[in-house]
Design a protein. Structure first.
Ligand SMILES: [Zn+2]
Length: 300
């Protein structure tokens, strides 16, 4: 009688070991299988990096800008207005000490009001107060809303005090002039990763982004044209008015983008104009008229 009990005990131990080995093997196989599956689903290194970054604790979450619809209705084109600089980044400083960030915000807010008054487009803002936003974040925030136009508003500054007047920038791989090149260098440096662009994309994605960018560039150019006629009759214009530069905030392939320089804050007359109620009104009327006309022409 003793022997079979002993055998049973041995058999039990052996059975437990086998079950344990089986369980470990299954877990390993499942783990390897999941790894192979993940590698198949996410083959590119760039994507993997992005996922890891987003999962990092402490990563800043972006607050989505609110969309003001006014009388325009939910299907109306959407314009994202981006007031340059903000927070600890004052931008350029005028002869009387005025900061670019403080001059462009009231223009941006008044532009939203005027666009909503005209009632043809919806509006969102990248910033509504005095806060800092990195350049890439402005673009990412705007892209997340899938807008029909992204308008960044700035005030220029030049070493020569005589430089004055408004101008508009559209994306160009090569700067249109020496001043535009200097602007792109300073501007992009403030954003951190100046050369990011399509570098993080795969070959096919980069080609698709380039094709999409050609489409959006046509719309950007058309809005710049509408803007030129309105601005020329309302305020002094600098040089040829339209300039090209490879600015971070103009690089999106997903939305037409322009950057409007309301005037030179380094010029006393311009600083006075863009900081005044009347000057702001002239700027806002010209911009709102051009944006509305340009986007409605596009929709037809
Ligand atoms: Zn600026």
């Amino acid at each position: 009688m003793d022997e079979p009990v002993l055998q049973l005990g041995k058999g039990d131990e052996a059975g437990t070991r086998r079950r344990f080995v089986l369980a470990v093997s299954c877990a390993l196989a499942l783990g390897i299988g999941a790894g192979v599956l993940l590698a198949a689903v996410f083959p590119s290194g760039g994507r993997g990096n992005a996922l890891v970054t987003m999962a990092m604790p402490g990563a800043r979450s972006m607050a989505m800008p609110r969309i003001s619809t006014g009388r325009a209705g939910n299907a109306a084109p959407l314009v994202v207005i981006d007031a340059g600089h903000g927070g600890f980044d004052p931008g350029a400083t005028g002869p009387s000490g005025a900061s670019e960030k403080d001059v462009v915000l009231p223009i941006a807010l008044a532009l939203r009001e005027r666009l909503l008054e005209l009632g043809a487009v919806r509006v969102a803002m990248t910033r509504e107060g005095d806060r800092f936003l990195p350049l890439e974040e402005r673009v990412t925030l705007a892209e997340s809303l899938n807008p029909d136009l992204f308008v960044s508003i700035h005030a220029d500054s030049a070493p020569v005090e005589e430089a004055r007047g408004a101008n508009v920038y559209v994306l160009s791989p090569r700067a249109s002039d020496a001043e535009a090149m200097a602007l792109a260098r300073d501007f992009n440096a403030a954003g951190g990763d100046a050369d990011a662009g399509d570098a993080a994309l795969g070959d096919v994605e980069a080609v698709l982004a380039e094709l999409a960018r050609r489409e959006t560039s046509l719309v950007s150019a058309r809005i710049a044209d509408w803007l030129e006629s309105r601005v020329r009759s309302a305020m002094p214009v600098h040089g040829k008015f339209r300039r090209g530069a490879n600015l971070v905030v103009l690089r999106s392939a997903r939305m037409p983008s322009i950057l409007f320089e309301a005037g030179y804050i380094s010029n006393a007359e311009d600083a006075e104009r863009i900081g005044s109620e009347a000057g702001r009104k002239a700027i806002v009327n010209a911009m709102a008229g051009a944006i509305t006309a340009g986007l409605l022409a596009d929709a037809r």
